[in-house]
Design a protein around this ligand. Structure first.
Ligand SMILES: [Zn+2]
Ligand SMILES: [Zn+2]
Length: 74
């Protein structure tokens, strides 16, 4: 059996979502408008996060290189 791609996709996890693709600017698991570029040169991925008391969802974000969230970078 030949794999469909020569390179192995590296996956990483945010919260319960385990299928974010490292280095993929069109990561299929990300929320709309993500991934975003990180100052470190990586990509910030976003997973569906918690809702606050008013029902506003806050995505959980994490860079696939440095591991920081958007809040930590700002
Ligand atoms: Zn992602
Ligand atoms: Zn980063």
């Amino acid at each position: 059996m030949t794999p469909p791609r020569p390179t192995v996709m590296r996956l990483f996890t945010i919260g319960d979502e385990t299928t974010h693709v490292v280095g993929d600017p069109e990561c299929p698991e990300c929320q709309e408008e993500y991934p975003e570029p990180c100052p470190c040169g990586g990509l910030i991925h976003a997973a569906a996060g918690e809702e606050d008391e008013e029902g506003t969802p806050w995505p959980q974000t994490r860079c696939d290189v440095c591991g920081r969230s958007e809040e930590e970078i700002d």
